[in-house]
Design a protein. Structure first.
Length: 435
C-alpha cells in the first residue's frame, strides 16, 4: 500500500518531483497490465534496449523493453506490427512522461512463431542463402555418404535400404535429435562431424510428423550450417507440403528420406543397363574404328613401301656412284691409271724422240751436205791438191816454204811426199813448188 497522499495548498504547493513520484506510485498500484496496439517509432541504441510506441485510436503510449527481456522474443519488433504486450506503467522522472515497461510481447494476429519464421526467412533470403546460383550439383558417384538424423527413427533405415539396393556406398551416420530444444545443436554438431570424417554428400532430415515438428529445421543456426557446408546437402525433412528453411538452404530437397537416398546415388541396375548399352555401342564404334585404321594402315604401308623402294633405288644409285668413286680412288686403280699415263707419256716421248731424230737426221744431212760442199776433199776431187808440212800445217803460199823443205801433197786419191827444189814466188796464182 502506498503512503498517505500529501496535501497541497496555495501556501504549500507540491514540488514537481513530488508530483512525478506520486503519479509513479499511483500507476505502480495498477500492477501488470496487458495492452494491445500498433507499433510505432522503433529505436534500439547500442545499449540493447528497445524503445517504441503503441498507438490505438489516436492515442500513443511510449514503451521500453529492456535488453534481457528482448532477448527472449522470437521475432523482431518492427513498426506497423500489432502486438499484445505485458508490462507495468510508470513515469520517467526526467521527462515526467508516462511509459510502459514491457517484459513480454507477442503478435496480436499471427502467432509469434509464425512471425519469427517469416522474419528469419526474409532475412536469410536477403543474405542470398536461398539463391538458386548457390546450389551445387550433387556428386554423381559419392564415395561416402553422411546422414544426420535420429539413429532410432525409420528415416535412417529407409536411407540405408535404398542406398544398398541402388548402389552400395559407405554411409556414415551421425545420431541427432530431430525435435525438441536440443535438436538444433545436435543437428549442427552432426553435420560438422560427418564433414570432418570425409564425406562427399550429406543427407540431413527426419521422417514424417506434424508441421510443428519442423522447428529444428527452421532454426537459424541449422539453416546457416547447411548453407556453408563444404559438401552438397540434401534436405529430407519428410513433408511434401510444408517447406522448411533447411529445404530452401539445401542444394537439393527430397520429400522423403527414401527420395533423398535416390538423389544421393544412381540406380545401379539402370546404370548397368546403360553401361552395357554403351559398351555395345563402343564395341561397334571400336570395330569400325579398327577397320578404318586397318585400311589406313594398309594404304600407309603401301605408300611407305613405294616410298621406301624409291628411297632404296635412290640410295642404291648413290651407293653405286660412291663405289665407283671409291674404286677410282683405290691405290691399284691410281697406279694403273698412272701406269697408263706413263705408257702414254712413253709413247708420246718415243714419237717425239723419233720425230726429233728425224729432224736432227735431216738437219745433219743438210749440214753434212753443206760440210761436204765446203770440205777440202771435195776441192781435191775437182783436181786440186793440199800441201802440208810435216807438222800437218797447210802451206798456203810459195813464200811460206824454202827449197829443201819436205812437204806432203794430198790428192783426191792418195798423197805424195815431195822435196822443194825451187820456189817461184811470182808465179800467177802463187808460188810454184817443183819436186
Amino acid at each position: 500500500m502506498a503512503g498517505p497522499r500529501p496535501t497541497s495548498t496555495r501556501e504549500r504547493p507540491l514540488s514537481v518531483a513530488e508530483v512525478v513520484r506520486l503519479a509513479g506510485r499511483v500507476l505502480d498500484e495498477l500492477g501488470l497490465v496487458w495492452l494491445e496496439g500498433e507499433v510505432t517509432q522503433v529505436t534500439q541504441p547500442a545499449s540493447g534496449h528497445l524503445y517504441f510506441g503503441l498507438q490505438d485510436k489516436g492515442s500513443v503510449l511510449p514503451a521500453v523493453m529492456w535488453g534481457r527481456d528482448l532477448a527472449r522474443v522470437r521475432f523482431k519488433i518492427q513498426p506497423g506490427q500489432r502486438l499484445r504486450v505485458r508490462g507495468r506503467l510508470g513515469v520517467y522522472d526526467r521527462d515526467g512522461k508516462m511509459q510502459l515497461y514491457v517484459d513480454f510481447a507477442e503478435p496480436a494476429g499471427a502467432g509469434a512463431e509464425a512471425l519469427a519464421l517469416a522474419q528469419l526467412k526474409a532475412k536469410l533470403a536477403a543474405e542470398g542463402l536461398f539463391a538458386a546460383e548457390r546450389k551445387r550439383p550433387l556428386p554423381r558417384f559419392p564415395r561416402r555418404i553422411g546422414v544426420v538424423t535420429s539413429a532410432h527413427g525409420a528415416a535412417v533405415h529407409d536411407i540405408i535400404r535404398t542406398v544398398q539396393r541402388r548402389l552400395p556406398t559407405p554411409i556414415l551416420i551421425a545420431d541427432a535429435a530431430v525435435q525438441g530444444p536440443t535438436a538444433p545443436h545436435q543437428l549442427v554438431m552432426g553435420m560438422a562431424m560427418v564433414v570432418r570424417a570425409g564425406v562427399d554428400i550429406v543427407i540431413v532430415g527426419r521422417g514424417g510428423g506434424a508441421a510443428t515438428d519442423l522447428t529444428a529445421f527452421n532454426h537459424e543456426r541449422v539453416v546457416r550450417t547447411i548453407a556453408r557446408c563444404p559438401v552438397p546437402v540434401i534436405s529430407a525433412v519428410g513433408h511434401e507440403t510444408d517447406l522448411s528453411l533447411a529445404d530452401l538452404a539445401a542444394d537439393a530437397r527430397a520429400s522423403t528420406p527414401t527420395a533423398a537416398a535416390e538423389l544421393a546415388v544412381p540406380d545401379g541396375a539402370a546404370l548397368g543397363d546403360r553401361i552395357a548399352k554403351e559398351r555395345r555401342r563402343l564395341d561397334r564404334e571400336l570395330r569400325h574404328t579398327l577397320d578404318r585404321a586397318r585400311q589406313d594402315l594398309d594404304r600407309a604401308a603401301a605408300a611407305l613401301h613405294a616410298r621406301g623402294e624409291r628411297a632404296l633405288a635412290g640410295t642404291r644409285g648413290q651407293l653405286l656412284q660412291l663405289e665407283r668413286r671409291l674404286a677410282a680412288l683405290h691405290p691399284r686403280v691410281r697406279i694403273l691409271a698412272r701406269g697408263a699415263a706413263l705408257g702414254e707419256l712413253e709413247r708420246r716421248l718415243a714419237v717425239a724422240m723419233r720425230g726429233a731424230l728425224e729432224r736432227r737426221r735431216a738437219e745433219l744431212g743438210r749440214i753434212g751436205a753443206q760440210m761436204a760442199a765446203l770440205s777440202p776433199l771435195a776441192v781435191l776431187d775437182r783436181g786440186y791438191a793440199m800441201v802440208q808440212r810435216p807438222d800437218r800445217s797447210i802451206v798456203r803460199g810459195a813464200d811460206a816454204v824454202r827449197v829443201g823443205d819436205q812437204l806432203a801433197v794430198r790428192l783426191a786419191r792418195g798423197s805424195l811426199a815431195v822435196t822443194v827444189d825451187e820456189v817461184d814466188a811470182d808465179a800467177e796464182g802463187g808460188a810454184e813448188v817443183r819436186p
